[in-house]
Design a protein around this ligand. Structure first.
Ligand code: AVJ
Length: 320
């Protein structure tokens, strides 16, 4: 902020902490308490998410990887060689090489807001594909990104796996798709993972596993608030819950108060009645039509769609 008084208040804080505190204080003040899901991913949370992807109940990672493994020649055919692959969020260890191996890309451009993740991903990719030019860009992909000069004249393929788009409410998802279109430009393509609507029991199990790893992932947010924002949330009186919201076609994660609670965060007092919740994540699920409608609203025309053998997950190719 330009205002000096505000800067004095924030004098010991780095930008992340300030934004975290604002989101938490605002979110805990709402009628339905809610904290943006991006704060789930500190170091502990990112590690717990990695553990989630290995769980028997958590099918999305395996299903999407199966599609990338089995249908590569069809991607190659539909996408063609010579594109600069622009990945939104730096490459996960397994999925990106599977794609790059198939389509003869001209360059790889990982985008990530975290410089550390970005460098690690770029190094790993560089070792696997020594002849592929890699141009990492440290940027918030929710905003339009200026791509490196070296790839400006190549045709682009955006890659957005993991059904991360499902963590956004439709308004935000459409904004992001339109921003991606601006970043990638006319004539570009987008390969995007979108998880499918299915039996709510399967969905709820995927987000509330038997080993309690997803519960730990969710509760870690409360622990992070206590650690980083001087909170006194009694974490032992919160319980993880995954619920299917059929009206909005999404799995919601909540932290449910097991008793009347009274706690402080950053010097402010909050109360919860027994049964009241903090909403911590949405994971929207799609049908063929709802995924196409979302893409079209974001300025992308779907041209191909692939499912895994159990028909749990979709990868959609669209063009600008
Ligand atoms: C990585 C955000 C796509 O929504 O499935 C997994 C996160 N949350 N289990 C998802 C998550 C709980 C995951 N995304």
């Amino acid at each position: 902020p330009a205002n000096n008084d505000l800067r004095l208040v924030d004098i010991d804080d780095d930008g992340v902490n300030r934004a975290f505190r604002e989101d938490v204080l605002q979110g805990l003040s709402e009628e339905q308490k809610a904290i943006p899901a991006r704060w789930l991913y500190d170091d502990a949370g990112s590690q717990l998410f990695e553990d989630i992807t290995d769980l028997a109940e958590y099918y999305p990672t395996r299903a999407e990887t199966e599609i990338l493994r089995e249908r590569g020649s069809e991607f190659a055919e539909a996408i063609g060689p010579g594109r600069a692959v622009v990945e939104f969020g730096s490459g996960s260890s397994v999925k990106t090489p599977l794609l790059l191996n198939q389509i003869e890309p001209a360059a790889y451009v990982p985008l990530d807001i975290s410089g550390d993740f970005l460098r690690a991903a770029a190094d790993a990719l560089g070792r696997k594909f020594p002849d592929l030019p890699v141009y990492p860009v440290e940027a918030d992909f929710m905003r339009r990104v200026e791509l490196p000069e070296a790839v400006a004249d190549m045709p682009h393929l955006g890659f957005f796996p993991g059904s991360t788009i499902g963590n956004m409410v439709p308004r935000t998802a459409v904004d992001l798709l339109r921003t991606m279109r601006e970043t990638l430009g006319e004539g570009s393509m987008l390969l995007i993972g979108m998880d499918l609507v299915k039996d709510p029991k399967v969905l709820e199990a995927a987000y509330d596993d038997g080993k309690g790893v997803t519960g730990e992932f969710n509760l870690n947010l409360a622990r992070r608030i206590n650690r980083e924002l001087g909170g006194t949330i009694p974490v032992e009186h919160l319980r993880h819950e995954a619920r299917w919201n059929d009206d909005f076609a999404r799995v919601e994660m909540h932290l449910v108060a097991q008793a009347d609670l009274d706690f402080e965060v950053a010097g402010k007092r909050f109360t919860m009645s027994a049964g009241e919740t903090i909403h911590t994540e949405n994971s929207h699920k799609f049908t063929r039509r709802s995924s196409h409608t979302l893409l079209l609203a974001g300025g992308w025309t779907p041209v191909a769609r692939w499912l895994d053998s159990a028909e749990q997950f979709s990868l959609i190719l669209a063009e600008a």
